[in-house]
Design a protein around this ligand. Structure first.
Ligand code: 5RP
Length: 219
């Protein structure tokens, strides 16, 4: 199976976590696109979705799924999203699609984060994938220097303005051995909007697409 087929497989498998009549938290990316398509085709009557990006909102609206603002709900049963990397404890790197801030906000409303990913995303230590960090533009250079001091190399993502009007630094060369501590530390730096380590609120379940089928990892 190729990567696209593995993404479709886990997108379909995620339907198991969707309760009819509920509002579902929906992430962003090519794997989530497969989930959105599967959801629309499934006939499961949900009340609607809270979306983490303009991209997912447009896709869901086009398929007739009602969109709620995050401010309209107090909680969600599940948040379903992809990841750029996930470790064996459910900590993730996210933000390859630049939607990390809204993803963290919507995920925080949910009782369970269901991660859908193909097997290439499973790692022992986070950091091989360049870590996305959303920053206030005027702080980008000083935040980049802080990453240099940590042994990383932070580059501004060219031409990228997020849904929130901010910029993305992609940081290479980090081995994130303590994801919870790292997330807390970087989140406290002035000018950081969101760091793409999702560790405090990690995945509860990962549906991993493998050539042998969907593997369910529970954390
Ligand atoms: C977007 C994300 C995505 O979940 C992540 O980039 C994975 O994307 P894909 O499913 O296309 O591999 O964090 O900000």
């Amino acid at each position: 199976m190729n990567q696209d087929e593995l993404k479709a497989l886990v997108g379909q498998a995620a339907l198991h976590y969707v309760t009819p009549g509920s509002i579902v938290g929906v992430g962003t990316g090519s794997t989530v696109d497969k989930f959105i398509d599967a959801l629309a085709a499934s006939g499961i009557a949900i009340e609607g979705a809270v979306s983490s990006s303009v991209r997912s909102t447009e896709r869901m609206k086009a398929l007739g799924i009602r969109i709620f603002e995050a401010s309209q709900v107090e909680s969600l049963p599940v948040y379903i999203d992809g990841a750029d990397e996930i470790d064996h404890a459910g900590h993730m790197i996210k933000g390859g699609g630049a939607a990390l801030t809204r993803e963290k906000i919507v995920a925080d409303l949910a009782a369970q984060f269901i991660c859908i990913a193909d097997e290439s995303k499973l790692v022992n230590v986070l950091g091989r994938f360049p870590l996305p960090v959303e920053v206030i533009p005027m702080a980008a250079a000083q935040i980049a220097r802080r990453f240099t001091a940590m042994g990383g190399d932070a580059q501004l993502r060219a031409g990228c303005v997020t849904d929130n009007g901010c910029h993305i630094l992609d940081v290479r060369g980090l081995a994130i051995n303590d994801p919870v501590g790292f997330e807390a530390e970087v989140s406290a730096w002035p000018g950081v909007v969101t760091v793409g380590v999702f560790a405090r609120n990690k995945a509860a379940v990962c549906l991993l697409g493998t050539s042998a089928g969907v593997k369910t990892l529970s954390f």
